[in-house]
Design a binder for this molecule. Structure first.
Ligand code: SAH
Length: 339
């Protein structure tokens, strides 16, 4: 078992079960996440016989960095997992801090037509530890702490819900990485039963919805998941989510040239989300080869933005990172594995 799969509470249970004390587990948590040990032998304040048992029962990490692409305020990391699969994370420097975009699965089964990750089927879910370690590895490379986490890399986090929740508990812990839940955002293509479950999760984690189209016809063409969880039902479940949690939602909307970027769609979008506690994040598309989608031009993006604004919708245009490097989800992995 990988020790990074355990919450602090689970580690405490384990320590008690081997006859050690609660504070030993708390010390261990600090060694893991604050001092970031590479080997259990670095631990100095826990008795040797306890440490021996821990060493026997747990491994310490399982992923390694195999490639880094760097640009001024963004770096992209390619990781190799213990079974030779690859996933990616992106580090972004903002004026408010450093954020990381982590992957939640190897590949993805949602099949969104414009997405590089979706072009390649899911191989497996990531374990919580494999998500946690993406942060640890990037912090190690950087020599600094990361303040914000978005689960928007390869994979659909709500298709790997339990590991995602475990991941949040681990990185949020005050003795661990201390990433505040308001600094964590999860993005989903709209898996309704998990949105309902997530509304009961007592952490103030932000929820982003990949909308990308304001009606069923277009959305089903772009995102096959819409045939399973259609827009109308999705919006009902999101309204319930908002009522239950009082948290503000984010709608992500990639602007795809001549597909979903017309003034007509902007109006339809405004009508769809009018009155909700939500804002729209317009995303300039990162073109990837072979998929046949293109980025809307700047003028069209501004037109779309203006229509939403005029209709009193909170809207931002996503700041761009990494179009010089392979920053669209899944591009680096694809390059590596298809060479
Ligand atoms: N499966 C989740 C999270 C991963 S994708 C989801 O669907 O939300 C994170 C976001 O990046 C999604 O909004 C996705 O639609 C978007 N995305 C995918 N490919 C992109 C590309 N080439 N350019 C810009 N955004 C992209």
């Amino acid at each position: 078992m990988n020790i990074y799969d355990l919450t602090k509470e689970e580690l405490i249970c384990y320590f008690l079960s081997i006859g050690a004390k609660k504070y030993h587990a708390e010390e261990m948590y600090r060694w893991l996440y604050q001092k970031k040990i590479k080997d259990f032998s670095e631990v100095t304040n826990i008795k040797k016989d306890i440490l021996k048992q821990v060493q026997k029962d747990f491994s310490l990490g399982s992923i390694s960095v195999v490639q880094v692409e760097r640009d001024t305020d963004v770096s992209k990391y390619l990781f190799e997992l213990s079974d030779s699969c690859h996933v990616e994370a992106v580090l972004m420097m903002h004026d408010y801090g450093r954020s990381i975009c982590v992957s939640s699965q190897v590949g993805c089964n949602m099949g969104c037509k414009f997405c590089e990750s979706g072009r390649r089927k899911k191989v497996r879910n990531l374990k919580a530890s494999e998500m946690v370690e993406q942060i640890l590895k990037v912090e190690e490379d950087l020599g600094k702490r990361i303040s914000h986490v978005v689960v928007m890399g390869i994979g659909e986090p709500f298709d790997n819900y339990d590991s995602f929740i475990q991941f949040v508990k681990i990185i949020n812990d005050p003795l661990g990485l201390q990433i505040g839940s308001r600094h964590i955002t999860v993005s989903t293509c709209g898996i309704i039963p998990k949105i309902e479950e997530f509304s009961l999760f007592p952490y103030q984690v932000n929820l982003a919805i990949s909308l990308h189209a304001p009606n069923d016809l277009l959305r089903s063409r772009l995102m096959p998941i819409n045939k399973v969880y259609p827009l109308k039902e999705l919006m009902i479940s999101l309204k319930k989510y908002s009522e239950k949690t009082s948290r503000r939602l984010t709608f992500e909307y990639i602007l795809l040239k001549d597909i979903n970027d017309s003034e007509h769609y902007a109006l339809e979008l405004a009508n769809l989300i009018k009155g909700m506690n939500a804002y729209v994040n317009l995303i300039p598309y990162n073109s990837t080869e072979n998929l046949g989608f293109f980025r809307s031009d700047a003028f069209q993006i501004m037109k779309f933005y203006d229509i939403l604004k005029k209709n009193h919708i909170n809207v931002t245009i996503r700041r761009e990172f990494g179009s010089n490097i392979s920053a669209a989800c899944g591009q680096l992995r694809s390059k590596k594995e298809e060479l």
